[in-house]
Write a protein that binds this ligand. Sequence first.
Ligand code: P5A
Length: 436
Amino acid sequence: MRLSQYFVPTLKETPAEAQIASHRLMLRAGLIRQTSAGIYAWLPLGLRVLRKIENIVREEQNAAGAIEVLMPTLQPADLWRQSGRYEAYGKEMLRITDRHDREMLYGPTNEEMITDLFRREIRTYRDLPRNLYHIQWKFRDEIRPRFGVMRGREFLMKDAYSFDLDFEGAKRSYRKMFLAYLRTFARMGLKAIPMRADSGAIGGDLSHEFVILADTGESAAFCHPDWMQADPLGERITSDEELSSFFGKYTALYAATDEKHVPGKAGIPEEQVVRARGIEVGHIFYFGAKYSEPLGAKVKGPDGAETTLEMGSYGIGVSRLVGAIIEAGHDGNGIVWPEPVAPFKVGLLNLKANDAHATGVVEDIYGKLQNAGVEVLLDDRDERPGAKFADMDLIGLPWQLVGGRGLEKGLVEVKCRKTGAREEISIESALRKLAG
Ligand code: P5A
């Protein structure tokens, strides 16, 4: 992509409304713009990151055996009356009336709708277990939307729903998602800590939050010092027993969103004394028959008896992750993207955009990188070198390839955004390094 023909409206000034680094940087690097309180338009660079995160989430859900569907954003109020949540959800639910005076709502989550879809099609235990997920926009009329996409009103969520015949099956489904979540966040360069959590408005009695430690997070996390060092993905898990014991260890952790949860109270053991702030990027729930019972979602069991389905739901804040990844990776000059979610891998700077020979050489490098399948953003604008350096640091692509004076001798500078390390090497070596 050529910056001269793209749409990356960067800002030099710090926007006054943004209180935390990720929000400031998302505005300054031209990733998003607010259109109403807590509602954002995704500009090209932001959208590329959002799509990459979405795809990692999708790949790991598929690998864990979950099946993708797509449910609508608008839902009929009647379904929520059946579960008893229509009144209970209160003002956070955006309620809409259509032209025929039918009551609708913009979905804040999809437990009711998926249970309804599933109960209509499934008759026997032989069709279980199943886990269905979608990646869809949600709306919650948060009283205080803030921190940009971290607490938006409209936000993108991956939500999965598992259906099992019995409690043992439901626990297996829960564990599968638990592990898939650790893998998902690790692939984005994040260490997410699983913590026992309140199940809140979703209900049920077993729940874990996945929290990224950051001072600006809204969740207060308590955990034992040992767990901060834990490497859950490094543990080999080959049997159901190993999975159980591994899983058991992580239930020692606790996350809370309010101040009444302190060690020694509300089920938090005294010894969990490390207190930190974190960003909740995922939340999983086991809730048994909470929705299947009122909605009448049953199948015939092996003994021929009608059995109410056991369910769980599993959420990942896809749009929140964009902010969380920036909170975890930035410096004084801008964003520092982990390569798997970076909007482009390489930023190619032509510092001599007015020099025909230099431009020819840079264009050749650009073509070769593209042919090798490398995602590259070419700064071919007629701007001062200082402005180009500043914008490229702000945007935070993992690698910068700078074509300047050295081009005459066939040399370019390669800079690693994360470490700041630079080296001047031949064009061929640079291509090998970045296209390899
Ligand atoms: C789980 C999936 C649920 O809604 N139902 C379906 C369950 N859980 S949750 O914890 O309420 O939300 C799941 C994740 O969505 C993100 N999230 C948000 N992101 C941005 N802005 C918001 N206002 C917002 N609310 C929730 C969080 O990452 C949360 O873990």
